[in-house]
Design a protein around this ligand. Structure first.
Ligand code: FEO
Length: 136
């Protein structure tokens, strides 16, 4: 599970608070992917950090959408909930059966979230903010 996921500026959406959170999430994801080589405590810590930061980021994004009256916030929130469900499912199996049991699956989910969610949903929200003259 040691595959590193590299940050790319192609993932910038152009809203500072969101981009800054995404970069932090990359750091936490890579810490989790590298954690099995540092033992069970490191895995547990990395899971907790990623999970809580992801939820915090999603909540902050949805709060921003509510403030800016983003018309597609419900669909965006649904995507967040689905991603959290998938992440927690993998984490549960990782905690029960070990990192080898979810080898590749977690990095695929994280990459999928990065590539698809940010580049589709978050970019769209950032464009809405710019077009409506708001900063989030
Ligand atoms: Fe940055 Fe919609 O998550």
């Amino acid at each position: 599970m040691a595959e590193h996921i590299s940050w790319s500026d192609d993932l910038l959406v152009g809203v500072e608070a969101i981009d800054s959170d995404h970069k932090k999430l990359f750091e936490l994801m890579n810490r989790l992917l590298a954690s099995p080589t540092h033992g069970a405590t490191a895995v547990s810590q990395a899971i907790g950090d990623l999970s809580s930061y992801t939820k915090r980021h999603f909540a902050a994004e949805i709060a921003s959408m509510e403030r800016s009256a983003y018309p597609e916030r419900s669909a965006h929130a649904y995507e967040h909930d689905h991603l959290i469900f998938q992440l927690e499912n993998i984490i549960d199996r990782l905690m029960i059966s070990g990192a080898d049991a979810v080898d590749g699956e977690l990095s695929n989910l994280l990459r999928d979230w990065l590539c698809n969610h940010i580049m589709t949903f978050d970019v769209k929200y950032a464009a809405f903010l710019r077009e409506s003259g708001q900063t989030g």
